[in-house]
Design a protein around this ligand. Sequence first.
Ligand SMILES: [Zn+2]
Ligand SMILES: [Zn+2]
Length: 346
Amino acid sequence: MFCPECGATDVEMVDGICKNCYLKKFQLMEIPENITVTICKHCNAKLEEGKWKDEYIPEDEIIYRALENNIKLSDLAENEEIELEIDQMRGTIAECYVEAVATVLGEDFVETHTPNVKINYSVCPDCSKRNAGYYEAVIQLRADDRQLKEEEIQKAEEIINRTLNKQYKKDKLAYIPQVARLKEGNDYYIGSLKSAKKVVEHLKDELGGKIKESPRLISEDKSTGKGLYRIWISLRLPKFEIDDFVRYNKKIYQINAIDGKRIQLNDLESQEKLALKWREYDSIEKQNINGIQKAIITAKSPKELQILDPDDYSPIDLEMNDKLNEYNIGEEIDVIKIDGRIFVIW
Ligand SMILES: [Zn+2]
Ligand SMILES: [Zn+2]
C-alpha cells in the first residue's frame, strides 16, 4: 500500500490515504464563525425555537452555553477537553476563543477557533406584561364587620411577599404591579391568577377567614367573542380574634385559636374545648363585653362557690369544679357579663 497523496509506503492507511495526510486534513470540530443568541434584556431568558427559557442566567454563562451548543466534535475524538474563553466584548459581540485537545487515531491533536457570539436583546412576553402593569387577579383583604388592624395587614403582606418570592422561581408573573389602600381594606393586584390563588391559600392557612371569588369581564375579543376575565378574590378575616367572646349554639365561648382549617373555642361554663369548621362561621356570634370585672368570693361549699355580682353585689352561686376549687373565701375572681349572666374567666 502506498499513499496517493504523499507517496509514502508501508504506513497506516485511513480512508485510502496515509494517517499523516489524513490528520493534516482532519477537522476535530465544527463551530460557526458567527453565533447569535436572542435574550430578554430584563430577565435574560433565551429565545430558542420560538420559546423563551432559562431566565436569570448571567450573560457570560449564556455565551458559554451558546458556544457549547454549537460545537460539533468529530466521532474520532477521544479524551477530548474543550476550553472556552471570552476574549473581549465589542458592543454586543463576544469575541471568543475555543480550544479543543483530543486524541485522534492515537495522536495528540489540538485545534483552535475564534467564533463570535452576538447577543440580540429583546423583551420576553412575561417581562413586557410586567412592564405594562398587567394583572390577572386582585386579592381583596378585608375584615368581616370591622376594620383591618395594622398588625393584620403587616402579617398578611409578609405572607404575600414570601409566597410571591417563592412562586417567582416558576412563575414570572408572580408580582404585584399595584396595591390600592382603601377605607374598607387593601387590594393587591397580582400578575398571574395561579400565584394569586397560592397567596390566598397561604393567607387563609395562617389567618383564617372566608374566601370568595368573583370573575369580572374586562373586555371582549370581537372576532372570537371570547371574554377577557380578571378574578377578584376576597379574603374576609373573621369578625372575632383570639381571646374574643362569642356565642355559638346558645353557649358562650372564648376563642382559643384560629387557622385555615378551624376555629377553636373554649366553653366558658364547662371549660370544654370545641373545634368548628369554617362552614359554621356564620353561626358564631361575636359578643361585645364591657371588660373584665372582679368578683369577690363570699362562700365555699363542696358543691358551690358563692360570689357577689360586681355591679349590684347580689350573691351568685357557681357550680363547683376543679378550677373554682382552687379559690378561697375573700379572694377575687375575674368575670365577664354577657346579657346579665356572669361567666368566670381564667
Ligand atoms: Zn500521505
Ligand atoms: Zn424577560
